[in-house]
Ligand binder design. Structure first.
Ligand SMILES: Nc1ncnc2c1ncn2[C@@H]1O[C@H](COP(=O)(O)OP(=O)(O)OP(=O)(O)O)[C@@H](O)[C@H]1O
Ligand SMILES: [Mg+2]
Length: 300
């Protein structure tokens, strides 16, 4: 839609039309984030009334329509497949009568799946339609890890306070554990950054409000699995960690020196599925991956 502003120049208003069956006149859709490929809204899942995150992948007019449809479908399916696998849910085609392109999630029965222990560490899928390009998941109350790290307390010199450093260390340790569990389940995230992790808010108590480190308390929830894949290769696991290491260093340069906490827990914590020999092999591979990264940047 084009309009004109006060000085008469044309202003292009970007129109975010929601795909069917969503209707903005019936429910509220709050735009939370707008990435290159997708729009993220906070809304309500009509079947249960619970808060939900709706991820819409609109058509890209600049891409060939057949290719665009194929890519959208692949991203939505990659994301949903992994989330369903990790949260141990089943997925069934709804009665839409159109070859199951729209699906809703059924609750798991015991023994249905090899539940990997990540239930609660990823959002549950509520519904999706890969032809229209959307997926709805459980809403995670809280902040992204990026925001949580930005919000940590610093002293007058701009350094993290001692309490904040300790809290950051345990946050990074939790991240290492969760990635370990993820990798042990045979999944590679593909885009690990602090924006693709959330810190699930904990109900506040009078003690937690008084505590200087309470702001970093809570469970880690991994989101944004659109680039995920299934692999148990040490190389793929090392690359996944390397992507996070690089992203963490550039997003949080002041906290970069604490990143080894992630790797330490990844390979040592007994809760992480990667503790022991395999974890050590992945860290050794990570050194090769870093070396290749350095050579590549030297060659430009
Ligand atoms: N389930 C959720 N609950 C609460 N907030 C969410 C949820 N999923 C996403 N968000 C918020 O929306 C932002 C964007 O989501 P996401 O990372 O999935 O999309 P994206 O980066 O645009 O995706 P893609 O890279 O696949 O195109 C997140 O950084 C987070 O702030
Ligand atoms: Mg993202």
């Amino acid at each position: 839609m084009a309009a004109t502003n006060l000085i008469g120049t044309a202003v292009v208003e970007v129109e975010h039309k929601l795909p069917l069956p969503f209707d903005e006149s019936q429910e509220s859709f709050e735009l939370i984030a707008q990435g290159a490929e997708s729009l993220l809204y906070r809304t309500t899942f009509s079947a249960t009334g619970q808060p939900a995150a709706l991820k819409v992948r609109p058509e890209k007019k600049w891409r060939h329509p057949t290719l665009d449809k194929r890519l959208t479908r692949a991203r939505i399916l990659a994301e949903a497949r992994v989330l369903v696998k990790l949260s141990g849910e089943g997925i069934v085609a709804s009665g839409s009568g159109n070859s199951g392109k729209r699906a809703k999630v059924k609750q798991p029965r015991e023994g249905d799946h090899d539940v990997a222990g990540l239930k609660g560490f990823v959002p549950a899928v509520l519904a999706l339609d890969w032809e229209s390009g959307w997926m709805m998941t459980e809403w995670i109350e809280g902040r992204t890890v990026k925001k949580a790290v930005y919000d940590t307390k610093t002293d007058r010199n701009g350094d993290n306070t001692t309490e904040a450093t300790e809290a950051l260390k345990s946050l990074l340790a939790c991240i290492g554990e969760v990635i370990g569990i993820l990798h042990a389940s045979g999944v590679i995230h593909g885009d690990l950054t602090t924006s693709n992790m959330m810190l699930r808010a904990q109900p506040s108590t009078p003690e937690s409000i008084a505590s200087p480190t309470s702001s970093l308390a809570g469970d880690i929830v991994l989101i944004d699995f659109g680039l995920s894949s299934q692999s148990v290769s040490e190389e793929d696991r090392a690359v996944d960690l390397y992507v996070l290491e690089r992203a963490f260093g550039s997003t949080h340069p002041r906290e970069e020196y604490l990143f080894p906490e992630v790797l330490k827990t990844y390979a040592e914590s007994t809760r992480s599925g990667m503790h022991g020999k395999t974890g050590k092999l992945v860290l050794r591979k990570l050194e090769d991956v870093r070396m290749r990264g350095r050579k590549k940047s030297m060659l430009g």
